[in-house]
Design a binder for this molecule. Sequence first.
Ligand SMILES: C[S@@+](CC[C@H](N)C(=O)[O-])C[C@H]1O[C@@H](n2cnc3c(N)ncnc32)[C@H](O)[C@@H]1O
Length: 277
Amino acid sequence: MHLPVPAVCGVKVTVFRDALRRLLGRSNRGTVILVLGHHQLVVPDPEHPAYTPTVSPEYAEQIRRWHERACAEGIATSLSDQVFDYLGASIVVPPQVMPITPMSHLLSEAVLAEVRAGERVLDMGTGNGVNATLAASKGADVVAVDINQRALEAGQANVDLNGVATRVEVRASDVFSAVSETFDLIVFDPPFRWFRPRDLLEAAMTDEGYQAMTRFFRQARQHLRGQARMLIFFGTSADLGYLQRLMAEERFTVKVVAHDDLVRVGWRVEYFTFRLT
Ligand SMILES: C[S@@+](CC[C@H](N)C(=O)[O-])C[C@H]1O[C@@H](n2cnc3c(N)ncnc32)[C@H](O)[C@@H]1O
């Protein structure tokens, strides 16, 4: 829950934000979040204003059309459970949970290549739990979080089904709200679009104003330890320029470790798995 912000501009906010930072004992840039029990006080940072698209209005409209098509296809296929035999795992995806897509392997294969036995892995926005399952199958200890209760149930069912439940803790969390630990690897396939979602399934694909993705990047470093790294999946049917801005602002070194494209309705969309250190 987000409580109202007492003041949103000028000196008052700066003083209030700095006071909050002192209270929190950390100096994360961007939105400041104070967690009070189950409540969050979110204070926008004037130095990092709210999201505005980095793409042209024409390109944004093209993304919206692509999104509507993806939603229509998702809704059509989400009336019953889907079963995937995927990279050695069996994954069951109920309605209202993001299915495995033709491009999912770009992230999953990177997870399999990256994870070492004994590492601690955070699967942010775990969805059906596929990447948590794969990381655990390589001997990692995994925390898998999501805001979608159906996803959490599916994730738990899939780690049970694949015999890795002792290595995976499935937990409800709005980005890092219920995560205090540090990790060797964080994996995130964020919602690509920035429109307001209309239902749970669409909330897997769209994050209004990239609020969740922005909070993720502002807070991620506090949850990385040692030689930690992150694997982030994104594409050009999203505002890739905004993601690049967030990665640069948080001073991550970025390498593309997987790349492919898909042509649909005459539009070539590129997908990337980025490795961040
Ligand atoms: C594109 S799906 C990826 C699902 C899965 N990781 C995969 O690779 O198939 C994005 C996931 O992020 C979750 N999500 C969206 N906003 C979130 C938030 N604020 N905190 C945690 N998870 C969130 C969605 O519910 C969804 O399951």
